[in-house]
Ligand binder design. Structure first.
Ligand SMILES: Nc1ncnc2c1ncn2[C@@H]1O[C@H](COP(=O)(O)OP(=O)(O)OP(=O)(O)O)[C@@H](O)[C@H]1O
Ligand SMILES: [Mg+2]
Length: 367
């Protein structure tokens, strides 16, 4: 193609951009690349931006089809999209990734059919915007999100291991010593009961305090690492419900189960346990509910866990400063590859639904 023709194309292109040229212009800016394709895909117009970018290659680009330039897989995709616009008469948007000089570049291309006065499609206008940077930012953001998730998952695993360790220490060391003290006091009571009755009242008080301390230590151990989990996931849920009832006697709490022999892998069981634990704590702290239902249904592909309360509810779009319970619940759900949904509104109670994927369910034979 002659340079003079290219120049005239350039000039007509510049006019076109200034006036709009009667061609549909889907939000294109001067920084966009614009070209026009004939029905066989051949370009009959490229705008100044393409000419500037392409330099001597502009001659090659002009008058070529996408199959010829850029060619390859990208060219095939581009040509197919042009054919699609011609076949359907509809505008098409797609991303074209191609290897530019140093690194892959990505262009968002809008293809718009152009019609004559009879409504027949006569050409296809392509408007492309360079979204390479945007893509790179998105990928970076996605990568750092994934890293953050991995970090949170790692931190959770470490915390659980630490909790388990502390629970064992409290149980084995503190528990043993408290039990030994208890036995000492019992024997003192027997030995001095008769000869020093004034000691009796004091020993009784020490005995009662010791009982409270033992109960407190047991409770602490259960909270840190619920021994109920060792007896199975359902037993752990039952323990949570009992604990809830004791802490919140004014509220009815029901556990509705189907699939009683359900057993999850340890990591998933702990994560779900913590989700339920935080949800129930939130109900005690914030909901002022009178009824709570904890439901577990085993379905073919997954397990469904639901926690419903009839309490105050809250605005789920609100930003709760210094509040990390719900964030933790969501992170744990992602950690196990589950899906979590939260429904709540002021005055309408709260419902949390968790889908636990089936791959985490151990069958009895696996054990
Ligand atoms: N079941 C519920 N009923 C009513 N409000 C709730 C319920 N669950 C959560 N909320 C509201 O959502 C907010 C955020 O809950 P979240 O668990 O994240 O934080 P928190 O309980 O305030 O603090 P923490 O970080 O100790 O958990 C709460 O402050 C409360 O206002
Ligand atoms: Mg909370």
């Amino acid at each position: 193609m002659h340079r003079s023709r290219l120049r005239s194309t350039l000039e007509s292109g510049a006019r076109l951009e200034k006036t709009g040229g009667g061609i549909p212009h889907p939000g294109g800016k001067l920084s966009d690349i614009i070209c026009r394709h004939e029905l066989d895909g051949r370009r009959n117009y490229i705008n100044p931006k393409i000419i500037r970018m392409a330099g001597s290659m502009a001659l090659v680009i002009m008058n070529s089809t996408p199959l010829e330039y850029p060619g390859g897989e990208e060219g095939r995709l581009y040509q197919d999209k042009i054919d699609e616009v011609i076949a359907t008469g509809q505008r098409v948007e797609f991303e074209l990734t191609w290897n530019s000089y140093e690194s892959p570049a990505c262009t968002l291309i809008n293809l718009v059919p152009e019609r004559d006065s009879h409504g027949r499609i006569v050409s296809v206008l392509a408007i492309g915007r360079d979204i390479t940077l945007l893509k790179r930012f998105r990928q970076d953001l996605e990568r750092s999100r994934t890293q953050l998730r991995e970090l949170v998952a790692h931190r959770e695993r470490t915390r659980e291991a630490e909790r388990k360790h502390i629970a064992r220490e409290v149980h084995d060391e503190l528990g043993q010593q408290l039990t030994a003290l208890n036995m000492e006091i019992q024997s003192m009571r027997i030995r001095y009961e008769k000869c020093t009755p004034q000691l009796q009242a004091q020993l009784d008080r020490i005995h009662t305090q010791l009982h409270h301390t033992i109960a407190y230590a047991r409770n602490l151990v259960s909270r840190l690492r619920p021994s109920a989990l060792d007896m199975g996931f359902i037993a752990a849920l039952e323990w949570l419900v009992e604990d809830f009832k004791q802490r919140n006697p004014g509220c009815e709490c029901r556990l509705i189960l189907d699939g009683s022999d359900l057993c999850l892998t340890e990591e998933v069981a702990i994560a779900v346990f913590r989700i339920v634990q935080e949800s129930l704590t939130n109900i005690i702290k914030h909901a002022h509910a009178t009824q709570v239902h904890l439901m577990l249904h085993e379905l073919e592909t997954h397990v469904l866990l639901g926690i419903r309360d009839n309490g105050s509810g809250f605005d789920t779009k609100g930003h709760y400063k210094e509040s990390f319970g719900l964030v933790g619940i969501k992170e744990r759900a992602i950690m196990i590859g589950g899906e979590l949904q939260l429904f709540s509104a002021p005055g309408r109670g709260t419902y949390i639904e968790l889908h636990i994927p089936g791959t985490h369910i151990e069958t009895k034979e696996d054990e």
